[in-house]
Design a protein around this ligand. Structure first.
Ligand code: NAD
Ligand code: UDP
Ligand code: UDP
Length: 319
């Protein structure tokens, strides 16, 4: 086997046909890399990468990461996992398997081929946080037996595995904790708040507010997130993370609903519904580590990112 000396790398993106994965594939192809996109199409879709299918440096493989995968690559971005509560609670056992067995398989692969590997972790590792905003040093407040636990604890266990492969096998790892991210290619029936509100507003249906709408989230536009993810992969081998990536702007769900109504010009009314169990009351990333390490900060404000996302949903969700 010859060692590649050019800057073009062979990169595996698991979950590459999903919302974030497909944007990541786009950027990596643009940068001149060979991209192997692996997905079982549970929440992702071939449509998200259809424009890449004829590209000579792009390859799409249907595969479930809970099964072993033998390929030769230089870098791995491990994104495979449903991210919306509706989807990850549909088959919670499979969700934990995807996070845990998926991480073991991808780490085993990284170990065999000595690839650098990045884990798409989540702000959910902080649970319903008692420290606000959340720095990476906070260990979180997570219910281990609730309806969100398959996702939260699965992702926490995946982080544990990454750090044990790093300590035990000297793997080059990067763990990014992603805070709520939105943008074009979110699934219209994804169930997450941004896609729900936009689709409801465009269809003139009631906007569903869970609880009193005073809970907060911080929303990052997909392009900003992908930039930070790629920069994290490019950090020196001594940098492992965990590193928060997100936009620190913090909004209540009521504020978000009003903004979506204004930007869509919708006549939708608000409809209050029960708050799901274990729904975090507040969330905002402390991104000082990302600013210092990656020389990065999010550039797309919520208003602008929402407008671009609304434009996308006008094309796909109202037809
Ligand atoms: P998504 O649901 O659009 O993408 C997940 C992708 O993984 C889909 O294409 C799905 O088909 C695939 N997948 C699921 N199980 C699989 C399996 N067993 N084998 C192979 N592929 C599988 O969600 P997203 O928002 O693009 O999230 C991508 C990653 O980022 C996830 O790991 C998620 O936990 C993480 N993340 C996202 C956010 C966010 O706000 N978007 C926040 C925190 C973390
Ligand atoms: N694995 C994989 N692809 C590889 C190498 C390993 O999918 O190229 C899987 C393999 O199925 C194994 C897991 O990764 O179960 C963990 O591998 P590791 O070498 O760490 O452990 P072991 O093989 O000793 O269980
Ligand atoms: N939410 C809401 N209406 C919806 C969907 C979600 O009020 O139609 C709320 C949800 O209860 C949570 C917040 O919006 O407080 C963000 O939910 P999402 O599922 O997008 O992400 P997560 O809870 O995982 O941050």
């Amino acid at each position: 086997m010859t060692t590649k000396t050019s800057i073009s790398k062979r990169i595996l993106v698991t979950g590459g046909a999903g919302f974030l994965g497909s944007h990541l594939c786009d950027r990596l192809i643009e940068q001149g890399h060979d991209v192997l996109c692996v997905d079982n199409f549970f929440t992702g879709s071939k449509r998200n990468v259809a424009h890449l299918l004829d590209h000579p440096r792009f390859e799409l493989m249907r595969h479930d990461v809970t099964f072993p995968l033998y390929v030769e690559v230089d870098e791995i971005y491990n994104l495979a996992c449903p991210a919306s509560p509706v989807h990850y609670q549909y088959d919670p056992v499979q969700t934990t398997k995807t996070s845990v067995h998926g991480a073991i398989n991808m780490l085993g692969l990284a170990k065999r081929v000595r690839a650098k590997i990045l884990q798409a972790s989540t702000s959910e590792v902080y649970g319903d946080p008692e420290v606000h905003p959340q720095p990476e040093s906070y260990w979180g407040k997570v219910n281990p037996i609730g309806i969100r636990s398959c996702y939260d604890e699965g992702k926490r266990c995946a982080e544990t595995l990454f750090f044990d492969y790093w300590r035990q096998h000297q793997l080059r790892i990067k763990v990014v904790r992603i805070f709520n991210t939105y943008g074009p290619r979110m699934h219209p029936n994804d169930g997450r708040v941004v896609s729900n509100f936009i689709v409801q507003a465009l269809r003139g249906e009631p906007i569903t507010i869970y609880g009193d709408g005073q809970q907060t989230r911080s929303f990052c536009f997909a392009d900003d997130l992908i930039e930070a993810m790629i920069r994290t992969m490019g950090t020196g081998d001594d940098f492992t993370g965990p590193i928060n990536i997100g936009n620190p702007g913090e909004f209540t769900m009521l504020e978000l609903a009003k903004l979506v109504i204004e930007l869509t010009g919708s006549s939708s009314k608000l409809k209050f519904m029960p708050l799901p169990a274990d729904d975090p009351k507040q969330r905002r990333p402390d991104i000082r580590l990302a600013e210092a390490t990656l020389n990065w900060k999010p550039g797309v404000p919520l208003r602008e990112g929402l407008s671009r996302t609304i434009e996308y949903f006008r094309k796909v969700a109202t037809s």
